[in-house]
Design a protein. Structure first.
Length: 552
């Protein structure tokens, strides 16, 4: 078995040769060295080859975080097939679309008797004729898919279409005809964007893109062999995979779990003496720092924390965990996940307000979204990306691809940002998150940041809803901290005292849970709920067709 230089599998091969006995991966009740992780990946690569999967074909992975997920992902990388990482929270309609759209030749899933999800049941609901199909004949809606490989301890699903991974591994243990990917520029992973307004879109990333991104992260964040990274994010998300690869590339330890619960997470962090925390998203960081045990914990071993939040909340997190360096990140799947990180030697104030310069594999510019002209330092505009980290276009989406790239080949992110004189990025929100209230532009992020400063507020999301007089008005959804005594009028008055009247929320609702995609709140669902409650119809034309980002 061989692998082309610069391929994803090389990261694991090199680490296993340099640090074979170092612990690479820790999950509850699972602990693997680099040598064991590589051995498991090579067994899966052989199993794929023996079962007739060819390099370049697409293999779906649908399962919660586990060692099996990484065995099969790295197995695909060593074999030369493309691992399609499927959102483990998908429902039947979403799964049916991705399986068909991604042209899967087979699917690897997991079934545990005590698992949080029953994936065989989900597959049976999605493809009702699956149990009756013979191997090699795809179900209705996915004619190219030949079989489902099942991991885990749960009962084996019925029907000849399913095969237990242990059986497949045993049958292929002498198979050694695995040549690997054709070259480092060949596709390696396919991930689907969250699809908050339409069907999810497939992003193909090459071995070179992932290897270069890993090296850039290691350099920016100074990963080292004695680091232990705790990361609760799903492995089908690049915010989990890329930092994990950085840990693997430096011989460090990666600690994960199948699901997030704050008390359980703190047990892991302290038991494993984690030096890097990667909560990344406000929902997770908020759960950690509001946990009843938090104030009594000794967290001095944590040297680095990555969390993305408004500046006011970042400063608050810095005060709560003062011994750690707090950083932030900006990125998107279409640009290999992460485009900018904070600089460790920047001041805390700089790190709270600005993300940092682009990574070594990324070019970034800010342009006026209407004229296309370059913006000056401090002037807000659309963030556009170029360079080797940017994908070539969405899978099977020619029309969309013609819209997402500029005439000179830059990726239009739809995000608003500005650069300072030193080239550090500040993120100001989404173009579509900019509301137009009575002719005045209002950034949702501005109101979210303001409400986040109220001591009763745990988390907030802002959307725009149609208004007959002002065209659009601000609506805020707020989750309160535990045991907080706060009213709608208190928060509205809090805003009224601090911002112009047109920015004050006209609607404010308290919530206790959020509609989520993989890791992000689905704002469109919050908006739909409020429109239904208010019995308001959508306008006939988009409200944000001609938005100009605010200057700062």
């Amino acid at each position: 078995m061989s692998s082309s230089t610069g391929c994803l599998g090389d990261i694991l091969v090199l680490s296993a040769s340099r640090w074979p006995d170092n612990t690479a991966l820790v999950f509850p009740d699972q602990r693997l060295t680099y040598a064991e992780l590589l051995q498991g990946a090579r067994q899966r690569a052989a199993a794929l080859g023996a079962s007739g999967v060819r390099p370049g074909q697409h293999v779906g992975i649908l399962m919660p975080n586990s060692a099996d997920f990484l065995f099969w992902m790295f197995g695909c990388a060593l074999h030369g097939s493309v691992a399609v990482l499927i959102n483990a929270r998908y429902k039947s309609r979403e799964l049916a679309f991705v399986v068909e759209h991604a042209d899967l030749c087979c699917l690897v899933t997991r079934h545990d008797a005590d698992g949080h999800y029953d994936y065989p049941a989900l597959l049976a609901q999605t493809f009702p004729d699956l149990p009756t199909r013979q191997p090699g004949a795809g179900p209705s809606g996915a004619p190219g898919m030949r079989q489902v490989i099942v991991c885990g301890s749960g009962p084996q699903p019925g029907g000849p279409w399913y095969i237990q991974d242990t059986q497949l591994l045993e049958e292929s243990r002498h198979y050694d005809d695995v040549s690997g990917p054709a070259n480092a520029d060949a596709p390696c992973l396919m991930l689907y964007t969250s699809g908050t307004t339409s069907h999810p879109k497939g992003c193909l990333l090459s071995h070179t893109m992932l290897s270069a991104k890993t090296a850039a992260i290691v350099e920016r964040l100074a990963f080292r062999q004695d680091d232990c990274q705790w990361n609760p994010l799903p492995l089908f998300h690049l915010a989990s995979l890329l930092p994990m690869l950085a840990s693997f590339a430096t011989g460090g330890r990666y600690v994960g779990d199948s699901h997030f619960e704050a008390g359980r997470a703190w047990d892991q962090i302290l038991e494993q003496q984690a030096t890097i925390l990667y909560p990344a998203f406000p929902t997770i960081m908020s759960e950690l720092v509001t946990h009843p045990r938090f104030s009594s914990l000794d967290t001095r071993q944590i040297r680095l924390i990555n969390n993305v939040a408004p500046p006011e909340r970042l400063r608050e997190n810095m005060q709560l965990l003062p011994h750690s360096v707090h950083i932030s990140a900006y990125g998107l799947t279409e640009a290999s996940g992460i485009s900018c990180y904070s600089h460790l030697d920047d001041s805390a104030e700089t790190r709270s307000d600005r993300i940092g310069r682009p990574l070594a594999d990324t070019q970034l510019r800010i342009t006026d979204p209407q004229s296309g002209h370059s913006c000056q330092p401090g002037e807000a505009g659309e963030i556009q990306l170029s360079g080797g980290s940017v994908f070539a276009g969405y899978y099977k989406a020619e029309q969309t691809n013609s819209e997402v790239f500029t005439a000179d080949g830059w990726l239009r992110t739809g995000d608003i940002g500005s650069l300072d004189e030193a080239g550090r990025l500040a993120y100001h929100g989404r173009l579509k998150d900019t509301l137009k209230v009575g002719g005045e532009n209002v950034a949702a992020l501005e109101i979210e940041s303001l409400l986040s400063t109220h001591p009763a507020v745990k988390m907030v999301q802002v959307v725009g809803v149609p208004d007959s007089r002002l065209e659009e008005v601000v609506a805020a959804f707020v989750e309160l901290n535990p045991d907080s005594d706060c009213t709608v009028s208190t928060l509205v008055n809090y805003c009224r005292e601090r911002v112009a009247s047109f920015k004050v929320p006209r609607h404010l609702r308290f919530v206790t849970d959020w509609p989520m995609s993989a890791t992000k709140v689905q704002k469109f669902r919050l908006r739909e709920q409020l429109l239904a409650e208010l019995e308001v119809s959508e306008p006939t034309a988009p409200l944000a067709d001609t938005l100009r980002p605010r200057r700062r």
